[in-house]
Design a protein around this ligand. Sequence first.
Ligand code: FES
Ligand code: FES
Length: 214
Amino acid sequence: MSTELPESYGPPPEGQPSPPSRRTFIATTTAVGGAVVAGGGLAAGAFPFTAEEADAVEAAPSGRVSLTVNGERHTAEIDNRTSLLDLLREQFGLPGTKKGCNAGACGACTVLVDGRRVNSCLTLAVRLDGAEVTSIEGLADGDELHPLQRAFVEQDAFQCGFCTPGQIMSGVGCIEEGHTGSHEEIREWMSGNICRCGCYVKIVRAVEQTARGK
Ligand code: FES
Ligand code: FES
C-alpha cells in the first residue's frame, strides 16, 4: 500500500496558485451558500472572490453578547463562531464545563440556558444575548452543595469525574422536566450523557435520590 500523502497535502505545482485554506473555503462557501441556491449554482471550479475579498471573509466577524452566567452579568466582544462552551471556559474563566467530543455526542459540556439543558459545544454564544446560563460552578450555594451534587457524592456516582459536571447539569434538567418516574425513564432522559467509566447505575440512583427528596 502506498504511504505517499495525496497531492493536496503538499505545495501546489510551480506556476499554479495556492488553493484556498480550509478556513477560507468554509467561510467563503458559507458566505455564498445562499447565492449558490438562489443562482442555481456556481460555475465548476470558479472561486468567486479576489484575494483581497477572501482576506476580508477570513477576518473573523465579531459581535457583542451580554448574558447572565450563574447570576453574574457578562458582556463580551466575540468571534461570531464562538461556542458557549469556549466562551465559558476561555473568556469567562469557568472551566468546570468540560470539552469532550466538541461535537454534540457526549454531553460533557451540558449547561442550562434559561432552565433548559443544552450541549454548550453546539450552541453559538452570539445567539444567547440576554440569556440566563447556569454552569456547574453556579449550582452550589456557597459551601452548600446542590442536592444532586450531594447525591453524587453519597452514591459514589463517578470515577475519573470528567463527565460529572455534564451529568449533574443534565440530571438537574432531567429532574426539573419531571422525567424521573422510574430507573428506565431516568436512563432514557440521561442517555445523551456518556460516562466512559461506566458509572451509570450510580448516576441513575443519584438522580432518583434527588428527585425523591424534592
Ligand atoms: S463536548 Fe459537547 S457534547 Fe461532547
Ligand atoms: S466518571 Fe469517568 S467518564 Fe464518567
